[in-house]
Design a protein around this ligand. Structure first.
Ligand SMILES: [Zn+2]
Length: 147
């Protein structure tokens, strides 16, 4: 099934570089924002045998940041569903050493980051839990975007 990936403006945080994955043959668009974790998704698309009639309604969620864990090139990205999710993750991480966060092969993560909205500065931040650094999210994309 063909789809077109492009940038989209996130309806939640207004970031201009959310990902739109548009399946033009069926007119369905998935949106994922890797800054705030906002998503518009059709959960059953992965389970159905391309049977349009059984697809469920669009599900909208996230918007409170997202969490990325990588193991030498493979990993996953998930959205926080409320503002407490980020704090819970950080608390979990602090109470357990990094090797606890291993994959099924017992390998430790090579990347562990979480985004969150900083109420004081009004900016989205990226917390690198493995390195213990917090940087403004948007600055990570400036160089790439201006090339
Ligand atoms: Zn967003």
């Amino acid at each position: 099934m063909g789809s077109v990936l492009s940038d989209a403006k996130c309806p939640k945080c207004d970031w201009e570089h959310a990902t739109s994955d548009f399946y033009y043959k069926i007119g369905i668009e998935f949106i994922f924002c890797s800054r705030c974790g906002y998503y518009e998704d059709y959960p059953n698309i992965y389970n159905q045998e391309k049977d349009l009639r059984e697809w469920h309604e669009c599900v909208i969620g996230g918007g409170f940041g997202c969490f990325r864990i990588m193991f030498s090139g493979f990993g996953s990205l998930s959205s926080f569903e409320d503002a407490e999710d980020y704090n819970a993750l950080v608390d979990d991480f602090k109470s357990q050493p990094p090797h606890v966060w291993h994959n099924t092969k017992g390998e430790p993560p090579t990347e562990l980051t979480a985004t969150f909205y900083d109420e004081e500065t009004g900016k989205w931040m990226l917390h690198n839990l493995l390195e213990g650094t917090i940087v403004e999210f948007d600055t990570l994309y400036e160089d790439v975007i201006e090339e």
